[in-house]
Design a protein around this ligand. Structure first.
Ligand SMILES: Nc1ncnc2c1ncn2[C@@H]1O[C@H](COP(=O)(O)OP(=O)(O)OP(=O)(O)O)[C@@H](O)[C@H]1O
Length: 235
């Protein structure tokens, strides 16, 4: 099932284009990485896919429904963890539990089932034992993990992750790649993540979207497939 697509998309900031010829399709049950150098517009590509910014030209599609015909749930982890400064008032548990409001009415009372899903998400990222700690007291890698937990607690059909392993140690990163692979292959979710650590994550991926510089200095999308960790260009 097609979950998201960009067709002939062009976009830029302050009248300066930064992305051109973006033709991307994301299907359900795929683990896809977006890669490219700093400033290549990887974060911008994700924001376009999510409809957070509008393209100058071209079409953006985000499926309104999932495979079961229900409203598509999207969990997004942006790069903005710096917003959690030392004064951030919530505990880890409160923060991750609040993600449950996204999968239902924002005005409902959370139930036992919401508590179970919150605990499961926190255990999956290894943060359950620290659940009573204030977010502002956490390290960068720990903040990253609780943002992932909050997205997982939403039971998303699609997880959109912008450099989610920033600040994580090696073991945590590999644990995270396995967790995401499991989410795709066992739970039928779609995962798209921006990464600079392609060599590490490649064995877990279905596909890679690479942003490359064109001769005129702008950026274009170039999709490649991954096959047992070896990258095979397809276009
Ligand atoms: N809000 C903004 N206003 C103006 N220019 C922006 C804005 N956000 C991004 N840009 C510019 O757009 C280009 C793409 O930025 P983007 O953050 O998408 O790149 P990226 O590939 O995700 O980079 P990185 O690997 O460093 O995170 C860069 O040249 C950046 O300076």
């Amino acid at each position: 099932m097609l979950v998201s697509s960009l067709t002939q998309v062009e976009f830029g900031y302050n009248d300066i284009p930064c992305i051109q010829d973006a033709n991307v399709e994301i299907h359900s049950d795929e683990f896809v990485a977006v890669t490219g150098p700093n400033g290549a517009a990887k974060s911008t590509l994700l924001k376009l896919m999510l409809g957070l910014i509008q393209p100058w030209k071209g079409n953006v599609f985000l499926s309104p429904s999932n495979k079961e015909g229900k409203k598509l749930q999207v969990g997004y982890v942006s790069q903005q963890i710096s917003a959690f400064n030392s004064g951030f008032p919530s505990t880890i548990l409160e923060f991750v539990r609040s993600g449950r409001y996204a999968s239902g009415s924002w005005f409902r009372k959370l139930s036992k089932e919401d508590d179970v899903l919150t605990e499961e998400a926190l255990r999956q990222v290894g943060m359950w034992d620290l659940r009573k700690r204030k977010i502002g007291e956490l390290s960068g890698g720990q903040k990253q993990r609780i943002c992932i937990a909050r997205a997982l607690a939403q039971e998303p059909d699609m997880l959109v992750l912008d450099e989610p392993t920033t600040g994580m140690d090696l073991d945590s990163r590999f644990g995270f790649y396995q967790l995401m692979h499991h989410q795709v292959k066992v739970h039928g979710r779609t995962v798209i993540m921006v990464t600079h650590g392609l060599a590490e994550v490649a064995p877990y991926l279905d596909r890679i979207i690479e942003l490359e510089r064109k001769e005129d200095g702008r950026w274009k999308c170039c999709t490649t497939t991954s096959c047992n960790g070896h990258f095979v260009p397809v276009g």
